[in-house]
Design a protein around this ligand. Structure first.
Ligand code: KIV
Length: 267
């Protein structure tokens, strides 16, 4: 029997019951299945795919076509987790009707269960429009990587009292406009904890400390596969990159020396 799918309602219940929410990214079937079977509640098909999978400098080159491709794969392969498609740069900022049409593609073509978009109160009208059409929206405030040029880098947000207050206000506005959950990225722990106490929707932190209702990491980061840089908030649970290098080196050596294939691997 197929496992019961995590929903926006069940996530809200988890927050109410003090149960922490585990979220990870995936861009392909194998990873989606492993993460799903491990019991993660949410799988985000993040636009981080641009950096950790496609090798771009930042997330800005990601297109709807590419995001739909990855999201369809993950949504087909994950049986329990709620699958969230990350709306790429310029797929929702132009105007609410453009955002709604693109959010609809994530649901209809890619079979995602929800979409995520970045931004604070400026996104309120857009979020309301999408939610009113029946599509669950996850918000994302704090460090929003699609604004990397505006921020001048991946800098911590909310570190002054004014910035912290603005983040709390943004969280309330997004909640009032219908988000079902909120990602808060790279803000001081006490600020994230205040946001989580203020709103009823689950707050999922990344670099936002233990006071959030759940946590998200990029799977390639926590596996030690993406090695180009490592923010302080990334805990490496494995050294998969190093293991892969070892295996590739060994394979190349054995092919060159004629050691592979041996009798055991030949017909
Ligand atoms: O794109 C992504 O993977 C994300 C997470 C870092 C939250 O937005």
């Amino acid at each position: 029997m197929a496992p019961k799918r995590v929903t926006a309602d069940s996530l809200r219940e988890m927050k109410a019951n003090g149960q922490k929410i585990a979220m990870l990214t995936a861009y392909d079937c194998l990873m989606a299945q492993m993460i799903d079977e491990a019991g993660a509640d949410i799988i985000l098909v993040g636009d981080s795919v641009a950096m950790v999978f496609a090798g771009y400098e930042n997330t800005l080159p990601m297109t709807m076509q590419a995001m739909i491709y990855h999201t369809e794969i993950v949504a087909r392969c994950a049986k329990r987790a709620l699958v969230v498609g990350d709306m790429p740069f310029m797929s929702y900022q132009v105007e609410p009707s453009q955002a709604l049409a693109n959010a609809g593609r994530f649901i209809q073509e890619a079979r995602a269960h929800a979409v995520k978009l970045e931004g604070g109160r400026a996104m309120a009208t857009t979020i309301r429009r999408i939610v009113r059409s029946g599509i669950p929206v996850m918000g994302h405030i704090g460090l929003t990587p699609q604004s990397v040029y505006k921020f001048g880098g991946y800098t911590m947000q909310g570190s002054t009292p004014e910035e912290a207050q603005a983040l709390i206000e943004s969280a309330k506005v997004l909640q009032d406009n219908g988000i079902f959950a909120l990602v808060v990225e790279k803000v001081p722990s006490d600020v994230a904890a205040r946001i989580a106490e203020t709103v009823e929707v689950p707050v999922i932190g990344i670099g936002a400390g233990p006071g959030c209702d759940g946590q998200v990491l990029v799977a390639h980061d926590m596996l030690g596969m993406f090695e180009r840089f490592k923010p302080k908030f990334v805990k490496r649970y494995a050294q998969v990159g190093a293991e892969m290098r070892k295996a590739f080196d060994q394979y190349v050596k054995e092919v060159k020396s004629g050691e592979f294939p041996d009798a055991e691997h030949s017909y």
